[in-house]
Write a new protein. Structure first.
Length: 350
């Protein structure tokens, strides 16, 4: 879960006309058969086969230091779109977005991030590192493995940050960007400064995870903790138990706790990054401007959306740009799949 500023009052939907014009084109379609170049999903320990759904099949491919689990839909020769989830969520955030985009002719790739679902480290000796640049390197490696030169990158939460980093450091790999909550690149030194108490309170789990008690709590109560975060993040989203259960299965990954803990501790400066990423982190600490075409999205009911209709981060996007505010909470693509898919089509046309 990401935060950009203090909690604020709910805002009216912005950019409705532009978003609606594209959204109206959508009709639900059947997902195309996934490509055969990578092997079909095989069960991994910690993922309950009974909790899998028709969203898939989940396929596996070696990419960088990972065996990545992902869903693919749409024509093999379509414009590639990578959809990246956040925490505590998984690929099912895009279960409804994916067929909308596939029906429009896009090649849609939805990967489990490291530590989630069926994605596994190839070696037991690889550090379970979760600093921001590691996720970006993972996605670039996945694109290489799938022979994707350039993609539209779209994400929220951890996925927004990952897309922002790729767009900033490897713009030749990013055709366009959808970034929920705007610019989320972390400067660890700057991140040590406190924010107003009300917004610090919303980050309770970040400080909880900085303790060994928090590690044990996440290990034992991962489902309860995630559900609590879901309800706080999205106060107007009335998800049911089946919806939550589909995602919660992804938390059975054996590296889930290690990745979540390292991610939040690293952001607080409490966990060291890996030397192999030092140069990338140095470049990111300078807060590079993103020059690829971008649409930023805020959730009107997301407690972590900064005030000002995108003004808090507008200067970080120097290419063709638009901003949308959708009448949802934090998990934008799952709460408003039509609006999210419409934004992907719109930014691809910039």
């Amino acid at each position: 879960m990401e935060m950009r500023g203090p909690m604020h009052s709910r805002r009216q939907f912005l950019g409705a006309a532009a978003a609606t014009a594209v959204t109206a084109q959508f009709a639900m379609g059947d997902t195309a058969q996934a490509q055969s170049e990578s092997r079909e999903h095989m069960a991994h320990p910690g993922v309950d086969p009974a909790k899998r759904t028709s969203f898939g099949p989940v396929k596996q491919i070696h990419a960088g230091e990972l065996d990545v689990g992902y869903v693919e839909a749409g024509p093999a020769n379509g414009q590639a779109v990578l959809l990246m989830h956040g925490w505590p969520y998984d690929i099912h955030s895009y279960e409804a977005v994916t067929p909308l985009l596939a029906a429009k002719g896009y090649r849609v790739i939805v990967p489990y991030l490291r530590g989630h679902g069926t994605t596994r480290f190839l070696s037991s000796k690889t550090p379970r590192n979760a600093q921001q640049s590691a996720f970006a390197v993972d996605i670039v490696a996945l694109m290489d493995a799938l022979k994707i030169d350039k993609a539209v990158l779209a994400g929220y939460d951890w996925g927004s940050r990952t897309g922002d980093i790729i767009a900033a450091l490897w713009p030749e790999r990013c055709k366009a960007l959808i970034s929920v909550t705007g610019y989320l690149v972390v400067n660890v030194e700057a991140n040590k400064m406190p924010t107003p108490p009300k917004s610090e309170w919303a980050w309770w789990y970040q400080y909880y995870f900085s303790t060994e008690r928090g590690v044990l709590g996440l290990q034992e109560y991962r489902r309860d903790l995630a559900k609590l975060v879901w309800k706080f993040n999205s106060p107007t989203w009335n998800f049911d138990e089946a919806t939550f259960d589909r995602t919660a299965a992804a938390f059975g990954n054996p590296d889930y706790v290690s990745i979540v803990i390292d991610n939040y501790r690293w952001r607080l400066g409490l966990a060291k990054g890996q030397p192999r990423y030092d140069e990338l982190e140095k470049r990111l600490a300078a807060a590079p401007v993103i020059k690829v075409p971008t649409i930023t999205i805020d959730g009107a009911h997301d407690p972590f959306t900064p005030p000002g209709n995108g003004s808090a981060y507008r200067k970080k996007f120097a290419g063709k740009y638009a901003h949308r505010t959708l009448d949802v909470g934090h998990n934008v693509p799952q709460e408003d799949p039509q609006g999210f898919a419409a934004a992907v089509v719109e930014v691809d046309g910039f």
